[in-house]
Design a protein around this ligand. Structure first.
Ligand code: 3HC
Length: 335
């Protein structure tokens, strides 16, 4: 309904012939590829969203990485290590997808390190106990999945294709988190309390991951018309709440929201007000761990300078030695 409304607005707007042809391709569900003509706003919107997404994956390695040396068993440590490495891989595919739009990875890193680029608010909260690791998998990866499954149909080819593998891996991440919580919740009363405490701290920040309420979402309408987004922030948030409440019941945990109740007429759960002041404070840099996260990223970048330099020198040497690559059929077509 909302998507329909946005589309109508776009149709009536004064579009140039190029823009109209572009919108028709989008409406016909034809993928846009990097060498195709695109409106500057489309390119900028994608760079903004994909780079923010990539930064979220990379910064998101930090809170869980914090528990790699303290995982309770060898099996949990191996799973966590694989998950954190997956997130690094997601960041790389996404930086790669953004680079096809004409921005370099170096530029994106500079924006992040200067505090000019955003990454998901959720990664500015601390991981205080082992239960936080399970809860991040269950809630944070669960919310990311709810938001990202539709992105596999995104109109921009490289982003859509990157999302296929990312979603498969996020699904494993969500399950490993839920599995860790099943174990804690069927353990001692202290373990169950630890899980409840983690849920209490992560619930509201997870709901904020979906972005501001629809009325304040500046980019949603245009992004939906361009098929970069398929559902509004509030729609996805509602879907997440509806899917997650029965999972909490299965675990025997209580969601920390006295206003949460099933609404028979709407066919959805009603839930309490989100503290949007907290959300704005966190995305402006005032969350509990913003400074620590940026410091860690800048340090890793500086300490990795020699690795990047060595890799570049090696690549140049290899290129100088190798015979010129044969042109493929795709090269001929693309010119
Ligand atoms: N944290 C930080 N900033 C946020 C935010 C959040 N949770 N939600 C919204 N914002 C920002 C937007 O980026 C925008 O700021 P900008 O104009 O400076 O870019 C502003 O708030 C207004 O929000 P809008 O609703 O207008 O923005 P969008 O239409 O871009 O919607 C979004 C926000 C839903 C996050 C959308 O960008 C999106 O779907 N992004 C792709 C998915 C993504 O980035 N996910 C990160 C989640 S974590 C993750 O993937 C890691 C995994 O391992 C768990």
């Amino acid at each position: 309904m909302y998507a329909q409304m946005v589309k109508t607005e776009t149709n009536t707007a004064a579009l140039t012939p190029e823009e109209r042809a572009f919108q028709e391709r989008i409406d016909a569900d034809i993928k846009i590829e990097p060498k195709d003509w695109m409106p500057e706003g489309y390119r900028r919107t994608l760079i903004r969203q994909i780079s923010q997404h990539a930064h979220s994956e990379i910064v998101g390695m930090l809170p869980e990485g914090n528990w790699l040396t303290r995982a309770p068993t060898l099996k949990r440590k191996a799973i966590l290590l694989a998950k954190v490495q997956d997130e690094g891989g997601h960041g790389l595919y996404l930086y790669g997808a953004a680079e096809t739009l004409g921005i370099s990875r170096e530029q994106m890193n500079r924006q992040l390190h200067a505090g000019k680029a955003k990454y998901s608010s959720i990664f500015n909260y601390p991981t205080l106990t082992w239960a936080d690791v399970g809860t991040i998998g269950w809630l944070v990866d669960g919310a990311a999945l709810m938001n990202q499954v539709p992105l596999q149909r995104c109109s921009f080819g490289p982003y859509a294709r990157a999302m296929v593998r990312i979603c498969k891996e996020e699904s494993f991440h969500q399950r490993q988190g839920f599995d860790a919580l099943i174990q804690l919740c069927s353990g001692t009363p202290e373990q169950k309390q630890m899980a409840q405490d983690a849920l209490n701290r992560w619930w509201w920040p997870t709901l904020m991951m979906f972005g501001p309420p629809d009325g304040e979402s500046v980019h949603s309408a245009q992004s939906m018309a361009w098929r970069i987004k398929f559902a509004s922030n509030d729609e996805l948030r509602q879907r997440f709440v509806d899917a997650t409440v029965p999972q909490a019941e299965f675990l025997g945990l209580t969601i920390p929201d006295p206003d949460l109740k099933w609404n028979e007429a709407r066919g959805h759960y009603d839930f309490g007000d989100i503290d949007w002041e907290e959300f704005h404070r966190v995305i402006k840099g005032g969350g509990p761990c913003n400074r620590e996260r940026l410091r860690a990223r800048i340090k890793a970048h500086e300490e990795g300078a020699w690795v990047r330099e060595a890799a570049l020198v090696y690549a140049r040497k290899q290129a100088a030695r190798a015979p010129a690559p044969k042109k493929t059929q795709t090269d001929e077509i693309l010119g």
